[in-house]
Design a protein around this ligand. Structure first.
Ligand code: SF4
Ligand code: SF4
Length: 81
């Protein structure tokens, strides 16, 4: 999963780009729900939020490292709901 750091300027550009609805406005900055972030696997070749963030504050979350297969399984699970 990806995460949003406190460099976030609350511009709201990333939220509508997420195909999984994983991004929302948090208390202070935007946040990513790791249970819904597939790193865009199943939808796009590159993480869409990373592509559009004007301040590049969306790195991979070092605490939530996943393989492509795990991400794809998550995509299938989310899509089935
Ligand atoms: Fe959403 Fe893709 Fe960003 Fe994850 S990487 S939060 S799925 S846009
Ligand atoms: Fe924050 Fe970047 Fe999303 Fe803008 S695009 S709300 S700066 S994480």
């Amino acid at each position: 999963a990806l995460m949003i750091t406190d460099e976030c300027i609350n511009c709201d550009v990333c939220e509508p780009e997420c195909p999984n609805g994983a991004i929302s406005q948090g208390e202070y900055i935007y946040v990513i729900d790791p249970n819904h972030c597939t790193e865009c696997v199943g939808h796009f070749d590159e993480p869409q939020c990373q592509q559009v963030c004007p301040v590049s504050c969306i790195p991979f979350d070092p605490d939530v490292i996943e393989t492509k297969d795990q991400l794809y399984q998550k995509y299938l699970k989310i899509s089935a709901v």
